[in-house]
Design a protein around this ligand. Structure first.
Ligand code: SAH
Length: 349
């Protein structure tokens, strides 16, 4: 095996120059993929964890330049699910075997901390063996603490880019890389299993930014890393920007599996949107999580972060069936366990 890749596999680190080489050279892709798959199998076997994703609001006070549900997009038809709607999604998911529910949404002031806590508690009360993951953006530490106390154990908040100047090109001036990072460290400090992550090929992204992302995550030590391609949305300022490339996403997935052998890595919907076999290729390059949609079909097309998002037309049961077949065909199998990060499983004995 190539010495750089075998060293990455054993030492989980390389110099900046070596990461630069890996990130910019085609020649290592096959070996990187093979090493990432081997390491994933070593730690997690061929299991693929499923998370039921409930997109419960597309109202958002933020104006991220890439995102289809940004507040200035007047074309977006806005919706919110009620607590009853959300409980119904969970009930449907539970019957299908889901043991993790991910509540994701825009930053919607309607959902006060009190409402979020009420929803989290209700889910945990009804399904005590299930994990609740939140993905509702930047909040004060007290709010994160309140959700945690209510029973949320995991939080997804992609850092988007570790480089402050790059961050400023993707976001309005009221948002900063500094606050984003503060949130992530607060979440860690409280005791959440934390998911960071980024879009590959976001406008103005350079190889140096990707290296900075790796370095930032080495410091943060997230339990989950969500990566997928940037895909343009027609009603955003980035409508004419090129999408990220499949090969770049796979390369970063492979690298991340080797740098963070125990991390949970989703094969994302965006990856499945950019290529018909995108998620399968992701699973073969170190990814071990898939997050099928449990949102009511009536709202799925409204949670349009980027154009042509897949899986917006089917019932939850169909989604699961389709994914099961895809995962098996790719050489893996679905696990309906909670699928906590190995770090947490070890902690809990
Ligand atoms: N409001 C929540 C959830 C955001 S949506 C939060 O702030 O975390 C989840 C992720 O979708 C974002 O973190 C972003 O990385 C991704 N996303 C948004 N727009 C996208 C686009 N145009 N292409 C690809 N991914 C996108």
């Amino acid at each position: 095996m190539n010495t750089m890749i075998s060293r990455l596999r054993t030492a989980h680190d390389l110099s900046d120059a070596e990461f630069r080489t890996l990130l910019t050279t085609d020649a290592y892709d096959t070996e990187l993929r093979e090493a990432a798959d081997a390491v994933r199998i070593e730690h997690y076997g061929r299991d693929v964890y499923l998370r039921g994703l409930i997109e419960f609001t597309n109202y958002c006070k933020n104006d991220c330049l890439y995102c289809g549900i940004r507040r200035s997009n007047r074309e977006a038809s806005r919706y919110r699910l009620t607590q009853e709607d959300i409980m119904e999604c969970c009930a449907e998911g539970y019957v299908l075997g889901y043991r993790t529910f991910v509540l994701q949404g825009g930053e919607d002031a309607y959902f006060t901390d009190e409402k979020i806590c009420r929803i989290v508690s209700a889910i945990r009360e009804k399904y005590p063996e299930c994990a609740v993951t939140l993905s509702i953006g930047e909040k004060p530490k007290e709010s994160y603490q309140a959700y945690f106390t209510a029973g949320a154990a995991r939080y997804l908040l992609r850092h988007e880019t570790a480089d402050p100047q790059h961050y400023a090109k993707l976001h309005p001036s009221e948002l900063s890389a500094e606050n984003r990072k503060r949130c992530l460290y607060d979440l860690k400090d409280i005791g959440y299993q934390v998911g960071a992550g980024l879009m590959i090929g976001s406008p103005y992204q350079t190889t140096e930014h990707l290296i900075a992302d790796i370095r930032f995550m080495q410091d943060l030590q997230p339990d989950m890393i969500g990566i997928g391609p940037f895909l343009p949305h027609k009603d955003t300022p980035f409508r004419d920007k090129p999408a990220g490339e499949l090969k770049a996403v796979l390369r970063m997935l492979g690298i991340l599996r080797l740098v963070f052998p125990e991390v949970l890595l989703p094969a994302t919907t965006a990856l499945g949107t950019m290529h018909p076999q995108g998620r399968e290729l992701g699973l073969q390059t170190g990814a071990n999580v898939v997050m099928p949609n449990l949102s009511p079909v009536s709202v799925r097309k409204k949670y349009m972060l980027y154009d042509n998002k897949i899986c917006t037309g089917e019932e939850s049961a169909q989604c699961k069936g389709c994914l099961e077949a895809r995962i098996e065909a790719a050489g893996y199998h679905i696990s309906m366990q909670r699928g906590d990060a190995l770090r947490v499983r070890k902690q809990n004995g």
